[in-house]
Design a protein around this ligand. Sequence first.
Ligand SMILES: [Mg+2]
Length: 362
Amino acid sequence: MRITDVRATLLKLPWDQQLDPRAHPKPIVEVVVVEIETDEGVTGSGYTYTDGYGGEAIRALLVPTIRELVLGTDPTAVEPIVTGLYWKLRKIGYGGAVSLAIAGFDIAAWDIISKVRGKPLVDLFGSFKEDMPVYSSAIGSRMFDVNKQIEMAQELVREDYVGVKIQLGRPDGDEDVERIRRVREALGDKTIIIVDSNTLWNADQAISVGRRILEFKPYYMEEPIPPHDIEGHEKISRTLPIPIATGEAIFDYRGCAEYIRRRAVSYIQPNVCRIGGITQWKKVATLAESANMKVAPHFVAELHVQLACTIPNALIIEHVPWLIQHLKEPPTLKGGKIFPRRQPGLGMEFLPEAIQKYRADR
Ligand SMILES: [Mg+2]
């Protein structure tokens, strides 16, 4: 089988909720839809995405650059192709836009592998679990009024989720403490509440707020500080008896390796698009397994549930409705669980009407 074409289409989808402009300056998700054509008529589909900036650069890396480098290769031999792409593109960096672009290609190649072998990913890799616990990030914005947030959170945990994630990191720490206190009181002792400050703190601020929210039992504290501050994560982890998690803004599996080796966090959170695709994501999971560490993947629930079921050390899946609502075959959720796809292919195709409506490159 040989690759005959690679296409990349840029979509710009509005975020339909109020987000904190300090953490999310542009309320748009840019999606680059990637399609690989082969000489055997099998098409692979995947996507990669950004939080508002850089979509044009990623599309340009995919077509013409990556397209030119992969034409004529066999997409079912994906790992050497991806490793070769990192090598050939190394002078423009091992992470960032390069990783996001390579991920789009890698995911579409795995879609082909799954289709050609006639097996879903869970059967291709072999599964440890039939399903995963799932929490919702849909109502987490620190810009929400807490009363409204509680009302929505109660509805979510009544329906399909084991818990919710809420954002902390308000300029006034008292507001953070009050927010989690109210949410814990409303949801009861058993419901999972994850807190996320989107890197808005430094280590001392994280420790200070962390000590005050300890009694409200956060399941873990996500991205308290920026990802380049590994020492800061070590300091927080050694000081607070709350599991610390990070990884969504790490663009190279070697960056996760450093966190894992130093036990700077309790949970690692690779995002399959930012880390460079399925091939690189699996490496992070294996590195974490070697340190007896759990993986709590970030976003992209429809694919992460398929991957999480195939590793022994997956913790929980995050569900955000923003992109999933535009997929042809969104994953199934029930009773706090999310179920992996059982048909060949990855199921990451967008609805034609979504592509038509949000296309930014016509
Ligand atoms: Mg986060």
